[in-house]
Design a protein around this ligand. Structure first.
Ligand code: HSE
Length: 349
């Protein structure tokens, strides 16, 4: 099939380095494997993964491009991928022919590290960065954004909220001229999955175990069930929507860990569902932000969002209420957010 070529000229090459070869990078690689030829035909861009670093699985470097097929087969077999080309201490940011670094190591909400340091390093060395890592963006967005501007590179993080479900692109592009007054959302897939399963009679422990198996939960699931992950996402939304750095401590936070089956049943009797809601409301110059379980009636659009699905209701001045709903976690779902951010860099830089 012949693709219609775009009239604009995009980046002719995109050499990618990946830090962290977990579920998200895996999803990205599976998509890239299928879409490499499409990218080359549609954008005339030669896209390659040239280097990978993973603290457990090993390091790889091949300036001609790593064979993704072989790599995925090795990962399937649980083999180490190390090819002895990169020392552990050698940062990808120092490899000259890398244009963009995908940072997908684990998320830490206390300091944002090690991802925070990786991202700073990459931006300072003139590399575009795509990350799904919530900790560094929630904690250090202002600094990282300044660094990206200073070095004339892009910092993209669509997958930090609602995984690959388009959220920031909608806010940045389509809603750029409207005024957002309030955002409420189901922002943590694991909590929503647990609440939905518990309402159907499963135990908290079983539901959490399945969420972990399916790759929805954080490396430390305390972040999910205590509401810290949703709080990080509220902080990221605050930057994106209101340009305000709230700081995590000013966001009042309660998780789902104390919700009992009894409470879920009592809500159900009243025709309500309990959901973990992250919200931001702007009144004058004040922004009220919180995360808490709420019993929602059937007239609330968020009430019947089930399982790992996420949703955000955005209240605006000109359009009234807009609802976005879609996957909030998962391998291909989050891998897709990385792929779409990489395409944005190809198109815009
Ligand atoms: N642990 C997160 C969740 C992953 O369950 O929503 C996606 O950010």
């Amino acid at each position: 099939m012949n693709f219609v070529r775009e009239l604009v000229k995009y980046n002719s090459k995109m050499n990618i380095g990946i830090i962290g070869l977990g579920t998200v990078s895996r999803g990205f690689l599976e998509i890239l494997q299928e879409k490499t030829n499409w990218v080359s035909q549609k954008f005339e861009t030669d896209i390659k993964v040239v280097a990978i670093k993973d603290i457990m699985k090993g390091n790889m470097y091949n300036p001609k491009g790593i064979d993704i097929n072989i790599l995925l087969q090795k990962l399937d077999k649980g083999e180490n991928i190390n090819d002895d080309s990169l020392k552990d201490e050698h940062p990808l940011s120092k490899i000259e022919d890398i244009d963009l670094i995908i940072e997908a190591s684990y998320s830490d909400y206390k300091t944002g590290d090690p991802a925070y340091t990786f991202i700073k390093d990459a931006l300072s060395n003139g590399k575009h960065v795509v990350t799904t890592n919530k900790g560094p963006v929630a904690l250090h967005y202002t600094e990282l954004n300044k660094l990206a501007i200073k070095n004339n590179v892009s910092l993209r993080y669509e997958g930090t909220v609602l995984s690959g479900t388009p959220t920031f692109s909608l806010i940045e592009e389509c809603l750029a001229g409207d005024d957002i007054t309030e955002i409420r959302g189901i922002l943590n897939g694991t909590s929503n999955y647990i609440l939905s399963k518990m309402a159907g009679g499963e135990s908290f422990e079983n539901a959490l175990g399945v969420a972990q198996q399916k790759g929805y939960a954080e490396a430390d699931p305390t972040n999910d069930v205590k509401g810290y992950d949703a709080r990080g996402k509220v902080a990221i939304l605050s930057h994106k929507v209101f340009g305000v750095d709230l700081g995590l401590n000013s966001i009042s936070t309660k998780g789902i860990d104390a919700i009992s089956k009894k409470e879920l049943d009592a809500a159900k009797k009243e025709g309500k569902n309990i959901r973990l809601i992250g919200s931001l409301k702007k009144t004058g110059n004040t922004i009220e932000a919180k995360v808490q379980p709420e019993a929602l009636g059937q007239d609330d659009a968020l009430s019947n969002i089930d399982g790992v699905t996420n949703a955000i209701e955005i209240s605006t001045v000109y359009l009234g209420k807009i609802m976005i709903t879609g996957p909030g976690a998962g391998k291909l779902e989050t891998g897709y957010s990385v792929f779409s951010d990489v395409l944005s860099v190809i198109k815009n830089f």
